[in-house]
Structures are given as structure tokens and as C-alpha cells.
Design a protein around this ligand. Structure first.
Ligand SMILES: NC(=O)C1=CN([C@@H]2O[C@H](COP(=O)(O)OP(=O)(O)OC[C@H]3O[C@@H](n4cnc5c(N)ncnc54)[C@H](OP(=O)(O)O)[C@@H]3O)[C@@H](O)[C@H]2O)[C@@H](O)CC1
Ligand SMILES: Nc1ncnc2c1ncn2[C@@H]1O[C@H](COP(=O)(O)OP(=O)(O)O)[C@@H](O)[C@H]1O
Length: 278
């Protein structure tokens, strides 16, 4: 069944902090950064993950990126890793991990995703983490669990599922989730969210102000932030897509990716009030 992505469907599953909670109990999100000259995307994702309620957010970066990232973060924490094996050890405490934004199109990214797949964390895979598997998508699909999330724009989707978009975006996303056995978020003006169990939603509050660099990185952090709080991955993806667009719409002209994390609390407050009022 195809549904419109209406907040009424997932609003009551949004994670809010209870009186006795603490930061680790709220959920821990990891974000894997690219090399020293490619760290902005991870920082955008990490900040978005914090804003949407993950209690602890940590960026994992190659050693050469520490000096770049450390002065550019506050509440987000930082851990360097020198190899894929080290990354796998370091993320063991994480509930969810975002990988791919500005990760680099090389074998190190493949090795990092392989290592992350063997950890207990649910994964959000975006950008280079998808594109690097062009022509070898079966290798990626073999690593995925059903609660992992792929977030391709149409270019990235075509690299993983060549020719599938000819069936139309909705049918293509549904088939992609079936093939990948993971949640697929096919981004665009009307983002389609598909789960491997057949759930399928179309997001209709899309905002053209989102057509600016880095907004996809923010979305991956929002999805990961909700997953870290143990929201079901499909509902987390649906909620994040809607909140992301609502935040963009509230900001409007002049929006850049950085603004989304600052405006999303207004969207979250409106949802929180609606839940409290029953
Ligand atoms: N602050 C930072 O650090 C940021 C870092 N970023 C990082 O930069 C890297 C490159 O990211 P990317 O998304 O620009 O590049 P990528 O997918 O390799 O190729 C783009 C080509 O794909 C095609 N294309 C088709 N449909 C499309 C669509 N719907 N939306 C977009 N493209 C579409 C289109 O081809 P065309 O249609 O022009 O032939 C286009 O030329 C990546 O690592 C990312 O994480 C960014 O997130 C920004 C902020
Ligand atoms: N015209 C549009 N209308 C609505 N949403 C859009 C539009 N253009 C882009 N978006 C949204 O903006 C985000 C762009 O993500 P992406 O292409 O991955 O950007 P980046 O790689 O620069 O972060 C997606 O969430 C997409 O759905």
C-alpha cells in the first residue's frame, strides 16, 4: 500500500526524553568523516543528529582530519581511526552510524562500510558510500541488515540500480528496497521511502529551498539521530524526511544546509506539542 508521509502515522513513535534518562540512554550516533579537506559533510550530519535528539554524537575521522574538525565542533565529540579494523572497534558502543557523506570514492570507504556492517550499529549509507559500489552493488547489498538505510539521490540511485528509474520513482524505490533488503530513501522533490517488507510512503511536503549543497548530509544525520534513539528505521526515515522539509520551509529564502539544524527544533516543538495535546 502506498501512503502519503503524514506525521500522524509516525508522530507517536518519535523519541522524547523521559525524566530519568541520561545522554547515553537517549542514543549514541556515530558519523564517519572523510579526509582533512572533506570534513564539512560529516559535521553537518553530526550536528543534525544531535539536534534531533541523539544524546551523544561522535565523529570518527582519519588522523589527518583531527586538526581540521576539532576547532569546528563543540558538543560533537571526535575520535580518530587509522584503519577499518580500528573503526569497527571504536563504533562498538554506537547505536547508529552514518557513513558516506564526502567519504571518498576509494577502497578505504568500501573497507570502512564492510567493517561497520560487522558492528552492532544500524547504518545510514549516503553519497560516496553508495557511489563507490557502482557496478558492484551486490557487494553492498550482501552487507546490509533490514534496519539499515540507503539515501540515494537519483544520480546515486542510478549507480546502484541501473535502469530501474524507468519504472517510475515509486516502483523503482520499492524494487530497490526488495533487492537491497534494506530501507531505501529515494530523494527528490517528492522523496519516496520504501522498506523491504513492502511499506511505501511518498513525502509531499518537499521544499525547493532544499536544493542546495549539503542538505542531503543533514538528512542522513537526522535519520541516524532518530535511529540511534531506537526508532524503527523506516519510520525514522519518514519522520526525518518530513522534518527536514518542514524546517526548510520554515526558513525559506536564503536557506543553506547549516540552517536546517537550527530550524529543526521549531518543527520538533510543533510535533511535540501535537503529541502532548493528544
Ligand atoms: N559540505 C560538504 O562537504 C559537502 C560535501 N558533499 C559531498 O560531495 C561529494 C559529491 O556530491 P554530489 O552529490 O554533488 O555528487 P555525485 O553524486 O558524485 O555526482 C553529482 C552528479 O550526479 C548527477 N545527479 C543526478 N541526479 C542528481 C540529483 N538528484 N542530485 C544531484 N546530482 C544528481 C549529476 O549529474 P548530471 O545530471 O549533472 O549529469 C551530478 O553532476 C559527495 O562526497 C558528497 O557527500 C556534498 O554533500 C555537498 C556538501
Ligand atoms: N526541488 C526540490 N524539492 C524538494 N526537495 C529537494 C529538491 N531538491 C533537492 N531536494 C532535497 O534536498 C536534499 C538533497 O540531497 P543531496 O542531493 O544528497 O545533496 P548533498 O549531497 O549536497 O547533501 C534531499 O533531501 C532532496 O530530497
Amino acid at each position: 500500500m502506498i501512503e502519503t508521509n503524514d506525521p500522524a502515522i509516525w508522530r507517536n513513535f518519535l523519541p522524547w526524553p523521559g525524566a530519568e534518562t541520561h545522554k547515553h540512554a537517549r542514543g549514541r550516533l556515530g558519523v564517519v568523516s572523510g579526509r582533512a579537506h572533506q570534513t564539512g559533510a560529516a559535521r553537518l550530519a553530526a550536528r543534525a543528529g544531535l539536534r534531533i535528539g541523539a544524546g551523544v554524537v561522535r565523529i570518527y575521522c582519519p588522523p589527518d582530519a583531527v586538526a581540521v574538525i576539532a576547532p569546528a565542533i563543540e558538543a560533537v565529540m571526535l575520535t580518530p581511526f587509522a584503519s577499518a579494523e580500528a573503526l569497527a572497534r571504536e563504533v562498538e558502543e554506537m547505536d547508529a552510524v552514518v557513513v558516506g557523506p564526502a567519504a571518498g570514492l576509494d577502497e578505504a570507504t568500501v573497507a570502512n562500510i564492510q567493517a561497520l556492517a560487522s558492528s552492532g550499529a544500524a547504518l545510514v549509507i549516503d553519497a560516496d558510500g553508495l557511489s563507490v559500489f557502482k557496478g558492484r552493488s551486490a557487494e553492498l547489498f550482501a552487507l546490509l541488515d533490514r534496519d539499515d538505510v540507503l539515501t540515494p539521490h537519483e544520480g546515486e540511485f542510478e549507480r546502484l540500480f541501473p535502469g530501474l528509474l524507468h519504472r517510475g520513482r515509486v516502483a523503482a524505490a520499492a524494487e530497490a528496497a526488495e533487492r537491497a533488503q534494506a530501507v531505501v530513501v529515494l530523494k527528490g522533490a517528492e522523496t519516496v521511502i520504501a522498506a523491504p517488507d513492502g511499506r511505501l510512503r511518498i513525502n509531499r511536503n518537499g521544499s525547493p529551498w532544499l536544493a542546495t549543497a549539503g542538505t542531503g548530509d543533514v538528512l542522513s544525520g537526522m535519520i541516524g539521530g532518530l535511529m540511534a534513539q531506537r526508532m524503527d528505521s523506516f519510520d525514522a526515515a519518514c519522520a526525518a524526511v518530513w522534518i527536514h522539509a518542514d524546517a526548510a520551509d520554515r526558513f525559506g529564502p536564503g536557506l543553506i544546509a547549516e540552517d536546517l539544524s537550527e530550524t529543526s527544533p521549531v518543527s520538533l516543538r510543533a510535533l511535540w506539542m501535537a503529541v502532548r495535546q493528544g
